[in-house]
Design a protein around this ligand. Structure first.
Ligand SMILES: [Zn+2]
Length: 83
């Protein structure tokens, strides 16, 4: 069953669940949800891209090192050099 994301049409009048958005599993053949199951206010489906990492900027080498990662960069076929 696919997972859909919904958010309130008008978050200012919505309950705390749909104001921030919520996820709901729904069979494909069911009509899309039109109102919040809790407060009955109108909601709309959020088109989300599955498996897309929400990273705003690429991780830099120094930031990764500070976080304790070892940065390996590929130099030649099958050879990795530790930076
Ligand atoms: Zn609601």
């Amino acid at each position: 069953m696919p997972l859909y994301e919904y958010i309130a049409d008008n978050p200012e009048q919505a309950c705390r669940i749909c104001a921030k958005g919520f996820e709901l599993q729904r069979p494909v053949d069911r009509a899309p949800l039109e109102c919040c199951p809790l407060c009955r206010r109108p909601v709309r489906k959020v088109i989300s891209l599955p498996n897309t990492p929400r990273v705003s900027a690429p991780l830099s080498v120094s930031a990764a090192k500070n976080a304790g990662f070892s940065i390996l960069k590929r130099r030649d076929q099958g050879v990795y050099e530790k930076l």
